[in-house]
Design a protein around this ligand. Sequence first.
Ligand SMILES: *Cc1c(COP(=O)(O)O)cnc(C)c1O
Length: 215
Amino acid sequence: MIHKEQYISIKKDLLATKTILVAVSKLQTIEKIKALYDLGERNFGENYVQELCTKQEQLKELNINWHFIGHLQRNKVKYIAPFVHLIQSVDSLKLLKEINKEAQKNKRIINCLLQIYIAKEESKFGLDEVELTEIINEVNQGYLNNIKISGLMGMASFSDNLAIVEQEFKYLKSIFDQFSNFEILSMGMSGDYELAIRCGSNMVRLGSSIFGARN
Ligand SMILES: *Cc1c(COP(=O)(O)O)cnc(C)c1O
């Protein structure tokens, strides 16, 4: 069972702050996705290519915007390129070039977010500021015609210390503010999204708070 009351209440709060919700459906069932869809949700996020493709195939009659939010391997871009709405987790120039290539094959422009490394945890992916500058310089050359960089994504440390998390969110917001053409700042998960919004997020990715614990 999805957390219906919780979803409705979160959605109301997000509306008040003009924050976009991405319902993170990784490791959740098709039935739960449909239940949330029936409540009006259209943005769903997945972390694993194969799982995303299976779900997309099963739900292709529905009008879902699929977000890819996990670590993406270059050799798997081709599987999601035909339909993906937003790739939130671009963490290298090579990956971005591959997305551009596959988008071109599909005669699409694929929206992307650059994932910035903000946590103090080795396990998380993302670009540092030097790598970000390199990618932006490359994009500004103007030859990657089938991708659009719409903004930034980041994951804060998995920590009870809200001061650390707040510092990380504010750091990401300060980078975001350097780019006047960026529209989306995707930061905040179930445990920290309210803080993320106070720090300037306009897109949150919520899984367990809406769907319940993952399988
Ligand atoms: C799993 C995941 C989420 C959602 O996490 P919850 O704590 O369940 O809200 C958000 N963003 C990314 C990148 C994830 O991998």
